[in-house]
Design a binder for this molecule. Structure first.
Ligand SMILES: [Mg+2]
Length: 243
């Protein structure tokens, strides 16, 4: 794709959303077993399979989705996620995309402020749909700090890529913060105190999605967050190393 003189300030377009979806789907497929394993400890062990299947369905449906209207595009993506991601995560992620889409109206190009608006609308939608708050050991524990870090970076004058890297690091910290928490929503509720010591699978998939927003041209040499290696997280299985 042809880029403007300052690529970091180039507004986001449909092609960027499509590339995000490709990176997100690859990341979910690569970490499918990890997500299933995390979900086996707290839920029913299918989060990786559900997410990989649902995002593959979005990729398959993408050619028939709106061409330029990014709000309508995100709403279409959300509807496919609601229909295609099994378990509670479909309605939660789906609602986040749908609400982000409503926040964008019919915009065809997004600057960083609009991206921040979309992330914040996604946070509000997910919190409302899941009736959850930060600290409940859910997707929101990664998504809310990511949206907050992105907005703060934009307010600091950061360009898109830098703001996304900061958001991904915040999502990673939020993901890891779920390990000592007792679950207050979802299937893990039934475990009570025994839900402590396990990283939340939804917060983990959310970290992967936020990190997938970083354009791949940054991949070489950029300080991007990785899934923690086993030796960084004693006492529970967080699986794979970088990427
Ligand atoms: Mg499940």
């Amino acid at each position: 794709m042809r880029r403007a003189a300052d690529p970091e300030r180039r507004p986001l377009e449909r092609a960027d959303v499509a590339q995000f979806l490709e990176r997100a789907t690859r990341a979910l497929e690569r970490h499918r077993e990890l997500l299933d394993r995390l979900d086996a400890a707290l839920g029913d062990g299918d989060h990786g399979e559900n997410m990989a299947t649902g995002f593959r369905a979005v990729i398959d449906a993408l050619p028939a989705m709106p061409e330029r209207d990014l709000g309508a595009l995100l709403r279409s993506i959300g509807q496919v996620l609601v229909a295609s991601v099994g378990g509670a995560s479909g309605p939660l992620y789906g609602t986040a995309f749908i609400e982000a889409g409503f926040a964008l109206g019919a915009a065809e190009r997004l600057d960083t402020n609009r991206v921040a608006d979309a992330l914040e609308a996604g946070v509000r939608g997910l919190a409302r749909r899941g009736r959850c708050a930060v600290g409940d050991k859910t997707i929101l524990d990664a998504l809310e700090p990511a949206a907050r870090a992105f907005r703060a970076a934009v307010n600091d004058g950061a360009a898109e890529d830098g703001a996304l890297v900061r958001a991904a690091w915040a999502a990673r910290a939020g993901m890891r913060s779920t390990t000592p928490l007792v679950a207050r929503r979802g299937l893990a509720l039934r475990l009570g105190e025994r839900s402590r010591g396990h990283q939340d699978p939804g917060a983990t998939s959310c970290f992967l999605l936020v990190r997938a927003m970083i354009p791949s041209r940054r991949a070489a040499g950029a300080a991007e967050p990785a899934i923690p290696a086993r030796n960084e997280a004693p006492g529970h299985d967080t699986g794979e190393p970088a990427s």
